[in-house]
Structures are given as C-alpha cells and as structure tokens.
Design a protein around this ligand. Sequence first.
Ligand code: ATP
Ligand code: MN
Length: 479
Amino acid sequence: MKRTRIIDVLNSSKVGDKLVVKGWVRAFRSNRFVQLNDGSTIKNLQAVVDFEQIDSELLKRITTASSVSLSGTLVESQGAGQAVELQVESLEILGDANPDDVQKTVMQPKKHSLDFLREQAHLRFRTNTFGAVFRIRHGVSFAIHKFFNDRGFFNLHTPILTGSDAEGAGEMFHVTNFDLGNIPKNEAGEVDFEQDFFGKQVNLTVSGQLEAELGALALGQVYTFGPTFRAENSNTSRHLAEFWMVEPEVAFNDLEDNMNLTEDFLKYICRYILDNFKDDLQFLNDRDAEEQKSKPEAERNALSLIERLEFVVNNNFERITYTRAIEILRNSKPYKKKKFKYPVEWGTDLQSEHERFLVEKEFNKPVIITDYPAAFKAFYMRQNDDGKTVAAMDVLFPGIGEIVGGSQREERMDILLEKCKAFNIPEDHIWWYLETRKFGTVPHAGFGLGFERMVMFVTGMSNIRDVIPFPRTPQNAEF
Ligand code: ATP
Ligand code: MN
C-alpha cells in the first residue's frame, strides 16, 4: 500500500481508512502509544500498538528517533490531544536508534539550548523548532517567487563566480585553482592572476545587482535569488559569510516606486506565512513568548510573533529622510543623556544603536530611511539635486535592523563616470555596466533583501544561524 503523509492523514483521511504511514518515532509511551512524525507537519500522528499482538522483540526496537513503517486503521482517539489515531495492525522497523546514543543528541525530547542545537546542525531538523523554521523558510522562498511571478518579473540567475570587484572590496572570498603552496608570481612579485583559471582575479559574488541591472534594462523587471558571500569578520547575530539575497531591479521605477514595491513585497511575505503556515507559526509564537519571558523587561516585545506579522501587514511603514532621522536622533533622550556610543552628526552613517532607537522606540514599526549622504553609499546610487545626497533607501525592521538596502540607480553617464572616479573604480573594470547608460539609458531602481533576515523576522528566531540549515560564520564551516 502507498504511504500517506501525516499531514494528509490529519487533514483528509477518514475514520475507518486503512493506511500506511512512515516516519520517525518522537516518543513511545506505556509500550503502547507511538508519537510519529514524518516532517510533513509539526503535528505528530499518534499510533496505538497492541502489545499483546506485536512481538515483544519488535516492541523493544520502537525507540525515540528510530524509523518505522506502520499499517493500520484510522480510528477516533480515546485520549485527549488528538481527534484520530492509527490502530496499528502491523509494523516494520526501518532503522534502529540506540537509546544510549540518542541520549547524547538533540533528539532526546527535552529542552536544548540553541548553541547545543547548532553543534548538531545535522540532527536539529528532527526537533519541533527547526522543523517549523525550515518549513517556513521554504514558505518564504516560495512566496518570494510567487510575488514576483504574479507581477510579471523574470527570475534571473546572476553569476556566483564574478570577475567584478566594484562592490565590497576587501570583503570578498577569492576563487582560484592555483596550488596554494606554490602561487605563481609576476616579475613585480605580485600574484600572477594571468596564470589563474580565469586569467584574472575572480571572487565569490557579494551581490547580483550589477548584472540584474543589465537584465532589467532589457527585460523590464527581473529579480535574482541566490547565494552571496561576504568575508566580513563580524561575528554578530545578523551576519553570515554565506547568505541568500533577493534582488529585484525594475526599469522606469524611481525611488518612490521602489519603496512601494518593497513595502508590498515584505507585507506579502508576512501575509503568505500567516495564511499558509498556521501550525508552525503558532508553535514558534509560543516559543517566542517563552523566550520573551526570560528577557529583561525593557527588552521584551510587547507584541507576540503573530501580532508582529499582522502589525507589518496592517500598518504603513514610516518613511523618513536621513536628514530627518538625524534631527530626531539629536532631539532624543538617549542622545541628550549621552547614551549613544557613536556620534550622531549629519554625514556619518547610522549605527545599529541609532537604527534600533528609531525603529523600536520612536516609531515602533518598520521604517524606511531615504536620501543618505553620497559619501557612505555605493557609487551607483542616483545623485539627488542637492548634490550631497543619493536616492538610497534602507528598510529597518524591529528586532532585526536593516533588512533591505536599495536605491534608484544613477542612469546619467556623465555623473556615473564622475562617481567612478570619486570611488576609485577603474572604468575598464565595469565597462559593460557603463555601456547600458550609453544605449537607451532609463531611470531604474531596485533593492536587496537579506533572505535570512526576513526568515528571522517571520520565525521570531533571534540568531541568523538558526534560520539557515548550515550557517557559515568566521571559524565555522563544520557541516
Ligand atoms: P549591514 O549594515 O546589516 O551589514 P549592508 O549594508 O552590508 O547590511 P547591503 O550590502 O545593503 O547590506 O545588502 C543588502 C541586504 O543583505 C541587507 O539589507 C541585509 O538584509 C542583507 N545582508 C547584508 N549583509 C549580510 C550578512 N553578512 N548576512 C546576512 N544578511 C546580510
Ligand atoms: Mn554589512
């Protein structure tokens, strides 16, 4: 008989149905009640074995983490906690799990620290928390593709190996097939990249944006969704060395259109998860509520996870300019009481303490900050008429900080060339990018969403390492 997934058993099977289910045992109580999970849902199926009918040697092998195939009839459950259960008629052990060994793992059914769970990233999928997180991660990914597809965007695969170093200099991982013990040098004693695989220095991409722009300037609206790499040595709860980025790019859009698109997009994702992942979300909501309790009063979130998502869906994001943000900060209590570590002055970048104040204290909702000083934003951002600021936007989320960075792009060749000079970007490195401004240039805009930061927001997980299956961070690439 064909296997029925537990989610389908719970949603659509009827009392009296003959079924085969397969999965991993989460618990086995009283030599009688098996809690079976097959990953299709956070819910377990209760299966009841009649120990008088089943061989006792076989019963002994039903242990936590073992895998089994159970055949039987779906009946109304006598006990509380579930409407139906499977009355087992025959069972097969698919894979044993030694209880002494299971004791040492995160599969032992009790509360484990997230640190311990990270050490067993290969097994943490088996826990309720990580099952929920990774089902929802899939949901966010699917919602992203659906959002863009429904709006006529084309998904563009931009390269992971890139010869362009216009962005993120110093933060890039180099890619080579040189024998690292014997790297060829030229006469000047420098590494001779001409002898390397690509005949030039190549890195792992930090963003697909420049290439996405090329696509948008022909296909109209495109988005990338791929891995990006940053060798930044920042061991924070919001940075990974390998993370996924979503980068839409739209011809004919200005900054205002860009903000509207971002806001619609982020709201859509929250709505999608609220509507389609109720069980997982409820579990994470309760988990988050427990975690909030253990925090000091001042750091606690007044809203539950589900309320936070609904809040995003139902409220407009606050939109302010950088200049206004500086004003607000300079008039704030923590500024006057000298509580900020970093200076607040027009012309210096906002630090996370400032962003947190604006998002969590001043506005208490997502905030879009626009029109930053040109000096600390990328060369491709469009210069405003004031000559000092650029049409940039950062979207800040409560509890997360920056979740999106974007801008209207500089479409005017003369200004773009000046910017390249000012930023020391040799024209011959990005000649191909500059050429789009030569042949029918148009205003256009786009942004980058850090995928894992969005998954953090919708799952309520507070460390980015807990929303990607196998996190890569400084000194850590075990799995
Ligand atoms: P931050 O100031 O948080 O380091 P950034 O300004 O370097 O961010 P961008 O270069 O604008 O970020 O990248 C676009 C988005 O990618 C960010 O808004 C963020 O959501 C995400 N992001 C950036 N760096 C990382 C990282 N190391 N790990 C995970 N996500 C990241
Ligand atoms: Mn950064």
